[in-house]
Design a binder for this molecule. Structure first.
Ligand SMILES: [Ca+2]
Ligand SMILES: [Ca+2]
Length: 238
């Protein structure tokens, strides 16, 4: 697996972890979890049999965020009235491109998310879904969404606890017989007032699933048939 992109982990080597230390604790944990998920996804891809093919050109832009109606600035901050969670989402709009072999990862900064609340009221904890819009140029042209649930906990933000979690759901995107892309993003955990976290995104080229699955089933059936033959032969010998 190779990692392409503009994040500290893009080098894909052990020493890349050292440069991650400059990141905020929350972002680092998120990135490491994301990286773990990437390794797991890559292992899965390899286990599935990874058909070898020419590298595929992947080019994608971090277009924008679409936020649920629970987010917003303004309105009342009186605990009894407050109903908008002040979080700003900014996609950086940059385009990222790489030639990916199967299991390779294009890892890049999608944007920045900042929470500007001192106190979260009960009324500010609902309707906090988010979608991130990816605009692809290669290997297909079009938009793809990754969605997240947002979970806020009412109370003072300045304590040590996590106040808002934005947890993304990985998306698989098929592009015909050439294979599958998986889009994923690191979980964001906000713990402090006025905290800004970097939102990373990864695009992984996974193995072509169908032929590999068929091959695995074929192997299993062949194994079963061989076992039956051996049993039949040994019972004849007796
Ligand atoms: Ca508010
Ligand atoms: Ca806190």
């Amino acid at each position: 697996m190779r990692v392409h992109g503009d994040s500290p982990l893009a080098a894909g080597t052990a020493h890349a972890y050292g440069s991650v230390q400059m990141f905020q604790e929350g972002a680092m944990r998120g990135i490491l979890r994301l990286f773990g998920a990437l390794v797991a996804a890559a292992s899965l891809g390899m286990a599935a049999g990874g058909a070898s093919a020419a590298p595929i050109s992947v080019s994608v832009t971090s277009k924008n965020f679409i936020t649920g109606p629970g987010y917003g600035a303004g309105g009342s901050e009186l605990p009894a009235l407050a109903d908008l969670l002040n979080v700003s989402f900014a996609a950086n709009g940059a385009t990222h491109s790489a030639m990916l072999d199967i299991n390779d990862v294009l890892l890049f900064e999608f944007g920045t998310v900042t929470m500007n609340e001192q106190l979260i009221s009960a009324g500010e904890t609902d309707n906090l879904g988010v979608a991130a819009v990816f605009s692809f140029i290669d290997p297909f042209a079009g938009l793809r969404l990754v969605t997240a649930t947002g979970t806020a906990t009412a109370g003072l933000v300045s304590d040590l606890d996590v106040d808002l979690t934005i947890d993304w759901n990985p998306v698989l995107v098929s592009f015909g017989s050439r294979g599958l892309l998986q889009i994923n993003m690191n979980t964001l955990n906000f713990r402090q007032p006025d905290q800004a976290l970097t939102q990373f995104a990864s695009v992984t080229l996974l193995a072509v699933p169908e032929p590999a699955s068929v091959a695995l089933v074929g192997l299993a059936l062949a194994g079963l048939a061989a076992t039956r033959r051996r049993r039949a032969q040994s019972s004849v010998c007796r």
